[in-house]
Write a protein that binds this ligand. Structure first.
Ligand code: PGA
Length: 247
């Protein structure tokens, strides 16, 4: 199980210190991996005060090792600050900053080749869900990445299904809607990669996850964790860290 927090553009050293102090006695299940992506400038600070077994990483990176790319960071920088993962393809990168499937796939390929794990975010917009296009959208997003990487690389990817209409809106996908889409994603792995890859991949849900809904979501057989935005900036994120998953 993989329980990640994406702090987006929030935080300060004092806020991080207080939050992490309050989380130290969290009742994390032994098979759950905890991960936080702070703003990149706080990566080293968070690493220094975080419990050793919890992971950190960045919210984005570029597809080149260095160069004239103002404002970007490269995987080696993330690793040097103790980061083990990078979140790629988040809907805010796609829809606020205009990243397309091909760029996200290139970044995924590069981050993996540099030794980072990738949390690959996919998900449909509201109009796509309403028109019945969800499955096609998530498959297209996965196919774009498949075109750039080898089958074995999927072992280092966590897939985050995050319906765009549920992110930061307070509207969570019902456990049934989330489960249905997670199953489509797992079926895609079976047919496009292998049944071993389908069994091994962690498919996590994101979009208004909070203490009040994490247990119901976690009961679904194909939900293997969460990517949490707003609720990961709160003391009671510990309740989400303690989720009992069914599988
Ligand atoms: P939210 O964000 O939990 O605030 O909806 C989720 C995300 O953006 O990953």
């Amino acid at each position: 199980m993989f329980i990640g927090g994406n702090w987006k553009m929030h935080g300060s050293k004092s806020m991080i210190a207080e939050l992490v102090e309050g989380w130290k006695n969290a009742n994390v299940k032994t098979d759950s991996e905890i991960f936080i992506a702070p703003p990149a400038c706080y990566l080293e600070y968070l690493r220094d005060i975080f419990p050793a077994e919890w992971k950190t990483g960045a919210q984005n990176c570029y597809k080149e090792p260095k160069g004239a790319f103002t404002g970007e960071i490269t995987p080696a920088m993330i690793k040097e600050l103790g980061g083990e993962y990078v979140v790629l393809g988040h809907s805010e990168r796609r829809w606020v900053f205009g990243e397309d499937d091909a760029l996200i796939a290139e970044k995924t390929k590069f981050a993996l080749s540099e030794g980072l794990g990738v949390i690959l975010c996919i998900g449909e917009k509201l109009e796509e869900r309403e028109s019945g296009a969800t499955k096609d959208v998530v498959v297209k997003q996965l196919e774009a990445v498949k075109a750039q990487i080898g089958d074995a690389d999927w072992a280092n990817i966590v897939v985050a299904y995050e319906p765009v209409w549920a992110i930061g809106t307070g509207k969570t996908a019902t456990p049934e809607i989330a489960q249905e889409t997670h199953l489509w994603i797992r079926e895609w792995f079976t047919s496009a990669i292998s049944s071993d890859a389908a069994m091994a991949v962690r498919i996590i849900y994101g979009g208004s996850v909070k203490p009040a809904n994490c247990d119901d979501l976690g009961k679904q057989p194909d939900i293997d964790g969460f990517l949490v935005g707003g609720a990961s900036l709160k003391p009671d994120f510990t309740a989400i860290m303690a989720t009992n998953f069914s599988s």
